[in-house]
Ligand binder design. Sequence first.
Ligand code: SAM
Length: 252
Amino acid sequence: MLRMSQKLLLRRAIELSDKLFDDEGDELCPGSAHTHPLCGNTDNYMQFPGVWYFQCGHITPKIVSGLIKGSKMLSVGSGEARLERLLTEGFGASKQNIVLSDMSLYAQARESGMKCYEFDMTKPWPKLEEMFDYIIFPESLGVALLKAEEQLSFRYFDILSRVEKQVLASDYSSQDIGFFMDVVGMDVSRVHTVCSILEQGMKYLNSGGTLIVKHGINAGQQKAYIMAKFHRDYPGITFRPDLPEDDLVLKL
Ligand SMILES: C[S@@+](CC[C@H](N)C(=O)[O-])C[C@H]1O[C@@H](n2cnc3c(N)ncnc32)[C@H](O)[C@@H]1O
């Protein structure tokens, strides 16, 4: 599995998903056929086929292989847990090693055989009883923050956009980084909410562990703020450089 290419892994994920979920519809078009959960929930959150996360490259051969060998994962905002059920019932990761959580747990999660927590990620988290190698926010962080305002600062545009580009390219050498963080931190309150959610997760991340956000960072400026702050506060932290601005993958 570890040596498998992302393309082959995706193909395998589609095969397994077809066997497991006969109602999945078009696997590569998220939510197209399933905008309404079938479990009695009335929130109408879009539910994503597990293969979506393979297609986007967030679930890699290394992660699947790690989970099969006993690495532990926490999913925050797991919804119907399609990804997590694909990993366990399809790929054979142990149900002991994947923990689900949601603001309001879906029936599919409760009945999945995986351990579940119920909490609002934007509030203080309950004490979790274990540490994780992977923490994933699968299409959930952006949803939790749908109402958050102040998405972008439009002041000092030249400086902010220059520093943003440098930090997104993992260059933290600019003397203006402090200024960038001051202005964005003042103007874009959303970044503090995102950082505080991710930091609550990072308390439960093993050294060398990976945190994955699929959707919810919202703008390059916000992403650069988060990267600059975590680069300052967590020595040795690294970020995956090849992702859209809306996504973030970091390794402690
Ligand atoms: C778009 S759905 C994605 C569900 C699932 N992860 C998937 O990939 O299909 C968003 C999920 O985030 C959860 N959610 C929304 N706000 C939340 C919050 N404040 N704390 C925890 N979960 C939240 C919703 O209950 C829902 O399950």
